[in-house]
Write a protein that binds this ligand. Structure first.
Ligand SMILES: Nc1ncnc2c1ncn2[C@@H]1O[C@H](COP(=O)(O)OP(=O)(O)O)[C@@H](O)[C@H]1O
Ligand SMILES: [Mg+2]
Length: 257
């Protein structure tokens, strides 16, 4: 469904910032692939090149067999939902208007937009009656992120690109939303590229994980493959923290009656 070939992005007058240094990746229809890595390793830049928010310095992206430069903008907008790292809700629009913005641009009729917005608010656990007319400034950070997720899903895309969508959530809400994300992607048969710096989240939600460092993919595999055989010290290091958490939990549970 998504094919990245040798994507490169350099910034600056002399192309001195090497944000992405040759990413090749295939994401199958219905698959959920995580890009995981430390801050500044090129995750956001890679994701934004998929839907042309950023033009690559070189390399190509194919969506369903078509070079994405050949797809008209409205086609990309319809097929690919995007959830931003900085949620970026429009402050002067209500929650419902924010969620409905892409369907509106695509010319959906009003009734269909209203139904879709209410359905999505339910899915992200913000009761429509209470939240649809609020302003973004009347929401917590976590609630704003949930609206961002609903907005990304609004036009019934086949592909969902998510950039750290659960970053500002408290652990319990995060847990619940991770569950609803799993249900959502299965029921909607979404193809997902998910950016996260959190290896635990990746292990819980990904079909495959691409571990990135300095603009490259160090290793890609299923969570089980990575855990069984990390191919690079950096990959092993990122897997350390989930392992330590699990071991600490095991020790605590052994000590309990
Ligand atoms: N618009 C930009 N101009 C110049 N440098 C940028 C720009 N956007 C990102 N970068 C740089 O590119 C690198 C990768 O950034 P980014 O893709 O945002 O990383 P991540 O999402 O993994 O934290 C970083 O060194 C960042 O400072
Ligand atoms: Mg980022």
């Amino acid at each position: 469904m998504i094919v990245l070939r040798e994507l490169v992005k350099r910034y600056g007058a002399d192309a001195e910032t090497r944000a992405v240094e040759g990413i090749s990746l295939r994401v199958a229809a219905g698959e959920c692939v995580f890009l995981v890595g430390g801050s500044g390793c090129g995750k956001t830049t890679t994701l934004k090149m998929v839907n042309r928010l950023i033009e690559p310095t070189s390399g190509t992206v194919e969506i369903d067999g078509h070079d994405h430069r050949e797809l008209p903008a409205h086609e990309l907008r319809r097929r690919i939902g995007y959830g931003f790292q900085q949620v970026g809700l429009f402050p002067h629009l209500s929650v419902a208007e924010n969620i409905g913005i892409t369907p509106e641009l695509l010319g959906w009729e009003r009734g269909r937009i209203t139904d879709r917005v209410d359905e999505l608010l339910d899915r992200v656990e913000l009761p429509a009656a209470e939240f649809r007319d609020r302003a973004p400034s009347e929401l917590s950070g976590g609630q704003q992120q949930r609206v961002g997720l609903a907005r990304a899903l609004a036009a019934e895309p086949e592909i969902l690109l998510l950039d750290e969508p659960f970053g500002a959530l408290d652990p319990l809400t995060r847990d619940r939303l991770q569950d609803s994300f799993r249900t959502l992607r299965e029921s909607l048969e979404l193809t997902v590229m998910f950016v996260s710096h959190d290896m635990v989240e990746a292990i819980l939600l990904a079909d495959r994980i691409a571990v990135m460092d300095a603009g490259r993919i160090l290793q890609i595999g299923t969570p089980a493959e990575l855990l069984a055989a990390p191919a690079h010290p950096r990959v092993a290091e990122l897997l350390e923290s989930p392992r330590r958490q699990r071991d600490a939990m095991d020790r605590l549970l052994e000590g309990s009656p």
